[in-house]
Design a protein around this ligand. Structure first.
Ligand SMILES: Nc1ncnc2c1ncn2[C@@H]1O[C@H](COP(=O)(O)OP(=O)(O)OP(=O)(O)O)[C@@H](O)[C@H]1O
Ligand SMILES: [Mg+2]
Length: 381
């Protein structure tokens, strides 16, 4: 050994590596079997071998940089060299088992008793009312509040969520687990990520059900506080599937102020009665356009959101709140097209304030069993 500086031991280096987290799985690489080997040279140069879960892992640069940072903090380290390798199929299976258990059939974590994740299905009667826009803005606003948030684009035909969130990466697969890409701190998965280009997907009911089940069971979501599902418009197969797959999922209804849209939205909410799901609230979108002089033009009429909330309250027998009225704002569309939701790009815009407030209302009842509908039926049913 040269110099007076004491060299770190292999154990020291392994301890330092506990601070390096796999960017996708969000657990220390030391817990995931990802540290292949550690060697310390007499010159203070440390070689660390890291197993990537999959070849071409999109986050390998992050992993390399984090490893270098953690190890170079140790006294006596002159340099850190990281060599990447890829896990074998056996290692991946081990990893999957350690993360997911050894169940033969993948289970939906959110449907398990005691699940702490709140699941919101964003639904509407009509298309084009802003469901996807509301979903992505709520998601990033909740993530900004420090919650761990996932979004499922369950609109098999539309799949606009990844674009609106700017999630350009493809999901990676580790054994049978799908790792969702992340954007603005939100995990997102969409059927659009599994179809080449913009090819239209024509799926029948049972396939939709299977696809949704896969999204929910095979994707490694980690511990989520909130899961938002962007449902296709109408009271179609998918809404029923969600109710079957996650009985605790709550419905969030989006409508425009237009009375006709409100009536259709009511019907979408009424599905909750059949499936005995809780209705978390109503968001009215495209409520008005504010002129530079501060005048409000009610482009699509007025009152739709309150009408839906009142009518749903009556039919479910408990208060369904109108969580907010989101004004029309060209920035909301533009930022959506660019992949930065308006609550991030223009946090002080009136539309952003309303969306952030709705996100707050939907976040406050934090993880816990309070207020959850118990999955029991009265005797004799
Ligand atoms: N408050 C708003 N101000 C301005 N534009 C909006 C607003 N809300 C939504 N839009 C725009 O309206 C269009 C439809 O919105 P979005 O795609 O979110 O609706 P959707 O209900 O998910 O539609 P689909 O039924 O097709 O899935 C988009 O171009 C979006 O950018
Ligand atoms: Mg949509």
């Amino acid at each position: 050994m040269t110099g007076t500086q004491q060299l770190p031991s292999v154990d020291d280096v392994r301890t330092a590596l506990k601070d390096v987290y796999d960017p996708e799985i969000k657990k220390p690489i030391t817990d995931l079997g990802m540290v292949k080997d550690v060697a310390i040279g007499d010159d203070g140069v440390v070689d660390v071998g890291i197993y990537l879960t999959v070849a071409g892992c999109p986050l390998k640069a992050t992993l390399t940089a984090d490893t270098k940072k953690a190890v170079s903090k140790l006294p006596g380290v002159a340099d850190v060299r990281v060599e990447l390798d890829v896990m074998s199929d056996e290692q991946r299976t081990e990893l999957r088992k350690s993360l997911r258990g050894d169940a033969a059939e993948p289970v939906i974590p959110f449907a398990q008793p005691g699940s702490m994740t709140r699941v919101y299905c964003v639904a509407s009667g009509k298309g084009g009312v802003g469901k996807s826009s509301v979903t992505v803005n709520l998601a990033v606003a909740m993530a900004e509040r420090g919650l761990s948030v996932g979004v499922v684009d369950a609109d098999i035909y539309g799949h606009s969520v990844p674009r609106m969130l700017g999630a350009r990466e493809k999901p990676t697969k580790v054994d049978t687990m799908i790792m969702p890409p992340q954007a603005h701190g939100v995990k997102v998965i969409s059927i659009g990520m599994f179809t080449p280009g913009n090819a239209p997907v024509v799926w029948r009911g049972p396939m939709l059900h299977r696809a949704l089940q896969q999204f929910l069971a095979d994707v490694f979501w980690g511990d989520l506080d909130i899961l938002l599902l962007d449902l296709p418009p109408g009271t179609g197969d998918i809404a029923i599937s969600v109710a079957q797959l996650i009985p605790n999922a709550e419905i969030l209804v989006v409508t425009t102020p237009q009375q006709a849209a409100a009536e259709v939205a009511e019907r979408a909410g009424a599905i909750a009665m059949q499936t005995r799901q809780r209705v978390a609230g109503v968001i009215e979108n495209m409520s008005w356009l504010e002129t530079p002089t501060g005048e409000r033009i009610e482009v699509f009429g007025a009152g739709g959101g309150q009408t839906v909330a009142d009518s749903l309250s009556k039919s479910v027998g408990s208060t369904v709140p109108l969580l907010g009225q989101v004004p029309l704002d060209p920035r909301l569309r533009e930022q959506g097209d660019e992949g930065t939701p308006i609550v991030l790009s223009d946090p002080e815009a009136p539309a952003s304030l309303v969306l952030k407030d709705a996100a707050k209302q939907l976040s406050v009842r934090a993880r816990g069993l309070a207020g959850m509908m118990l999955n029991v039926s009265p005797a004799g049913r």
